[in-house]
Design a protein around this ligand. Structure first.
Ligand code: MF3
Ligand code: CO
Ligand code: CO
Length: 247
């Protein structure tokens, strides 16, 4: 899990350099695919997963998650784009995503992206043995709502390991002290999807792309987490991040 997580994190670091106005999400997909297969000797988990046609998910602006990369979707100045990477290495999954600012973005977009990353970190900080899944969801919900944002409810974090998506469901809202009690050795993702407008979403006819119903902006950040004896380890931590242990 540590190796898979590190590869997924390194891939986000790699693709960061390519995010700029003029590149297509199809090109981002090709770069990540080649990197996964040729450089990392790993498998891109999304490709053919339940029929998903590409190796990464790219979700632009009002796309909540599971955006399908396309040569026709060209990033432009002021867009925000979530790139979601999942690699399989030696049978284990590493799942992580980040929302990038494309060129110069509005203050509103910058704020949504920042607060969503903070929501992820608040959720992670609630991870330690004896705490519950509800503690994670609650920490995220408090921070999102304090900032007048809403939380997508139809999609959530998930157990991951030898299987891409497994139990438990990790909700990004909830009540303290409710739900599954965390134990050392558990591995799961936390991946809040936070909307600038209302929480409601719609699935496009391609049966993958999830958009906000009101077409307002949405952001997402994701890490794969290991519960340790004392707190947590972020298996998909990147070099640009400073959060490393339970506060
Ligand atoms: N990586 C996504 C997640 O965080 C799942 C993508 S499934 C796909 O769970 F089929 F859309 F790729
Ligand atoms: Co995930
Ligand atoms: Co993911």
């Amino acid at each position: 899990m540590k190796v898979a997580g590190k590869l997924a994190a390194e891939q986000l670091e790699m693709i960061h350099a390519y995010i700029e106005p003029g590149i297509s999400t199809g090109e981002l997909d090709r770069i990540c695919h080649e990197y996964t297969v040729q450089v990392q000797n790993a498998i891109p988990a999304p490709l053919n997963y339940k029929g998903f046609p590409k190796s990464i998910c790219t979700s632009v602006n009002h796309v909540v998650c599971h955006g399908i990369p396309s040569d026709k979707k060209i990033l432009k100045n002021g867009d925000i784009v979530n790139v979601d990477i999942t690699v399989i290495k030696d049978g284990y999954h590493g799942d992580t995503s980040q929302t990038f600012l494309v060129g110069k973005c509005s203050v509103l977009a910058e704020r949504l992206v920042r607060v969503t990353q903070e929501c992820l970190y608040k959720g992670i900080a609630a991870v330690k043995p004896g705490n519950s899944l509800g503690d994670i969801g609650h920490a995220i919900q408090i921070h999102a709502e304090k900032n007048q944002y809403s939380i997508v409810r139809e999609y959530c974090g998930h157990g991951t390991g030898a299987i891409f998506h497994e139990e438990p469901q990790v909700l990004h809202y909830g009540n303290p002290g409710t739900g599954l009690i965390l134990e050392a050795g558990m591995t799961f993702t936390i991946e809040p999807m936070i909307n600038a407008g209302k929480r409601h979403v719609r699935l496009l006819p391609d049966q993958w792309t999830v958009v906000t119903k009101d077409h307002k902006l949405t952001a997402q950040w994701e890490h794969t987490i290991l519960v340790t004896e004392t707190g947590f380890k972020i298996l998909t931590l990147r070099a640009d991040e400073t959060i490393t242990r339970c506060s």
